[in-house]
Design a protein around this ligand. Sequence first.
Ligand SMILES: O=C1O[C@H](COP(=O)(O)O)[C@@H](O)[C@H](O)[C@H]1O
Length: 252
Amino acid sequence: MTLPPNLSLLVHRDPELMAQAAAARLITAIVDAQAAGGSASVVLTGGRNGNGLLAALAGSPARDAVDWGHVDLWWGDERFLPAGHPDRNYTQACQALLDALPLDPARVRPMPASDGPPGDDPEAAAEAYAAELADAPGPFDVLLLGVGPDTHVASLFPGHPAVRVTDRTVVAVREAPKPPPTRISLTLPAIRSARQVWLLAAGADKARAAATALAASDAVEAPASGAFGTRTLWLLDQAAAAELPELPATTA
Ligand SMILES: O=C1O[C@H](COP(=O)(O)O)[C@@H](O)[C@H](O)[C@H]1O
């Protein structure tokens, strides 16, 4: 298996170790970005692997190495539900980690809720988030993506019209194949603007998706294959790596 030079792949023993290693890596990336430029911008993902990383970060004493007041947080996608709904990615991130951090509330930018200022209109909510993003200084330092069992990333699902959108940074997603059906997502061009894109895949149900995405070049059919940044890192556990033709790099 040959990987492009700006793409790396690491395989950890199990989901717990993968989450801890990814959390340690994220702490280091944030500290490095702050040392270089005074602040760091991170795009969070929802899902089991994304929330596992946040929970691991919450339990890491090294999290105190970060100046959390100078971290900008964005989201890669959101389930378009009322504020506080337990299925919202923002709600889950708050429970897993954010409520425990001394963040600057002005630097935390969840995607709008369905009862938020733009109203119960996902297109208006997507436009409002795109306007917020347009004011963001510079590219994202780290953009996290969970990989779904069907190769979806953020809320870009295989074959769905949203995965083809290239004329804006944020898109409304209707009739998503995974509940809830109405969502908001960064587009592939917005994802590709990040300095680092990290794709998280742990668990046997991600094995086919990882093998498909790493072999494929059709981002419409396998959105994870179209998700890359200036540098791209796939973080897997052994179960998710089981169907890769060959493991170019392995860690414990
Ligand atoms: O619905 C979503 O699913 C993906 C993947 O979630 P997982 O539980 O299969 O790891 C997630 O990355 C995305 O943010 C979320 O909205």
